[in-house]
Design a protein around this ligand. Sequence first.
Ligand code: NAP
Ligand code: MG
Length: 500
Amino acid sequence: MAAAVPSIEKAAAGIKSNAVLDFLRKPKQLLINGKWVSAKSGKTFETINPANEEVLALAAEGDKADVDEAVKAARKALEGKWSSINPHQRAGYLLKIADLIEAHADELGTLESLNNGMAISLAKGMASGAADTFRYYAGWATKIYGETNPSDPSVFNYTLREPVGVCGQIIPWNGPIAMFAWKIAPALACGNVSIIKPAEQTPLTALRLGELLLEAGIPDGVVNIITGFGETAGAAIAEHPDIDKVAFTGSTEVGKLILKASAGNLKRVSLELGGKSPNIVFADANLDQCIPTSLFGFTMLSGQVCCAGTRVFVQRDFHDEFVDKLAKQASQAKAGDPLDPKTTIGPLVSKEQFDRVKGYLDIGKKEGAQPKLGGEVRNGKGYFVDPTIFTNVKNNMRIAREEIFGPVASVIPFKDENDAVLQGNDTTYGLAAAVWTNDVSRAHKVARALKAGTVWVNCYNNIDPISPFGGYKQSGIGRELGKHSIELYTQIKSVYLKLN
Ligand code: NAP
Ligand code: MG
């Protein structure tokens, strides 16, 4: 049975941009070998606008057969033209892509907001950030050095830093444009080729970025985009015998599956997984900055952020004052129309995520936590959830241990520095952490003691391509961004040359 054509007028009501509407009206196909093609199975799946639950688009449901085609095209590109272009030319492609993203940032941001539900101001910011990421890695393309080594005088020894090869890149729905840039920009800078799979909930911006990559002149097969499901298309990438590296961002549970699947041909694996990040507030913190930033820390993107500061540890002496102030500020931050520039919290991405968050709100109450604010999801059209602040939370409750991925914070008191660090580190995750204090020495001591890949002092959610991002413990393997992505996407060859 042919799937019904979506009603763009209903799903994208209020959108005036012709660029966005024209894109939505086009068929959503796979990008393989520089061409847009339907899935071999002919199947498609629905893409929903989470603000109104209408069908925005039908995307091609790629699976193993399509992944096989994409891998062949990528391998051919890797061994063909792409390997013969010089680093300046690679930098040139990345700069062109950055310029195109910048020029289309409003359009990309609007599409992201329609598809993911993210507040439009944030979505446009993320699109501009993606342009920065491409520019940053354009700079690296011409700065990937080998070494000459102090060898025995009878030989000359040097190293070459070469691309890893065919990369499978599997990304989540929570920051689709940013994740596309974090994966594609360094991979291309280092001379790799890619098969990228966006999340089933959010295929749209990756497809539009695919068009921009073609416009920038990226050779056929260098970047292939397979929309589809994790269990089929994603798994086919993870276990493919001719993919050399897999880079994954998503849940810890699926990260473990990826690691297992990659064992078949011993792929290199980098994983950026979940978190349950502590945001530690000492009594000497500047509350004028700490309150709004802590709120942003757990409500940015409706809390659907791997590094969200969902465990807010507050020094016992001023716990009640802090909770009152945070709740007062949070009560003014209702979830709203993501396309309204004033909105800071849009809907959750999907019905599945809405049900999951609702489930955790019930679990929290059953565990004995008290909602100081919120505690319920909103009824009606769209997956809207206003901020919830739980008090009376123990660090061993499920709501304090498991990733909720909604605008839900647990406030937990602590006694002193030692107690803050012990409780903060008492988690299986280690993606990020924050500390708020005016005592410089304490800030450095606590930053050192926290077992997390990123620590923010008197700020939250700062992320910049110049600096590594990734997790301790079960929050991942490897670091992305900065020079660390260059490590992930290159391998080293040592060459000995006999001197006669
Ligand atoms: P997920 O399943 O881990 O999704 C991430 C990506 O992996 C998606 O592209 C997904 O495809 C793909 N995938 C799923 N199963 C796969 C498999 N067996 N082999 C290869 N790829 C596979 O995450 P989710 O289901 O969207 O969300 C579940 C929970 O994960 C969330 O509630 C949240 O707690 C957490 N999460 C964390 C992050 C993060 O940044 N750390 C991001 C997203 C979600 P499909 O889209 O088809 O599933
Ligand atoms: Mg999934």
